[in-house]
Design a protein around this ligand. Structure first.
Ligand SMILES: Cc1cc2nc3c(=O)[nH]c(=O)nc-3n(C[C@H](O)[C@H](O)[C@H](O)COP(=O)(O)O)c2cc1C
Length: 166
């Protein structure tokens, strides 16, 4: 039987986040070139110490920046942020343009951009493991925040949709 992991995983609902980082670039505003991508592979892996994992595709432009900087921010997206999720899944030129207009502020510990949404965290690089065509990136969580009044966005059956009301 042929394994079809993508098809079976369509039935597994996840939240949706935006991961951001920046690298030094003298010609960029403030000397920092920011980038951010949409992810649904965020998982908590340990609470003491607090660690999270991301699975990022080998060859990703964003992954190269993250490995250079060694830190990143994660913004959990709100139910009304499906357009943002789609835009930040596009090539880096498109993402760079979008980041100039999206409401975002630098995280206090890393300077990585944090978007509005139900919650956020800042991480520093703790470890990496190659896993097939992706790299598992483990981050130490150095700061967190929640804005609980906001309903989150969910990825299920290949679509982005609001989470059912709590
Ligand atoms: C809902 C959703 C979830 C995604 N999750 C991941 C993910 O967990 N890991 C990943 O590498 N790419 C993920 N992507 C794709 C990235 O957002 C983006 O398209 C990719 O990193 C761009 O490659 P680049 O960094 O080479 O430009 C996801 C896209 C969408 C729409």
């Amino acid at each position: 039987m042929e394994l079809d992991l993508r098809t079976v995983m369509r039935h597994f609902a996840t939240g949706v986040g935006v991961v951001s980082t920046w690298t030094e670039e003298p010609s960029a505003p403030g000397g920092r070139r920011h980038d951010a991508i949409t992810v649904n592979s965020l998982i908590p892996v340990s609470y003491g110490p607090p660690l999270v994992a991301l699975s990022l595709r080998h060859g990703s432009v964003f992954l190269a920046d993250l490995l250079t900087s060694g830190f990143w921010g994660v913004s959990i997206l709100a139910a009304d942020a499906a357009d943002t999720a789609r835009t930040l899944a596009r090539p880096w030129e498109v993402r760079a343009g979008a980041l100039r207009t999206l409401a975002a502020s630098p995280g206090p510990h890393t300077g990585a951009l944090l978007l509005d949404g139900p919650g956020w965290m800042e991480c520093t690089l703790a470890d990496t493991f190659t896993a097939g065509d992706h790299l598992m990136v483990i981050g130490s969580v150095v700061a967190t925040g929640v804005r609980e009044a906001q309903n989150p966005l969910v990825f299920l059956h290949g679509s982005l949709a609001p989470a059912p009301a709590a």
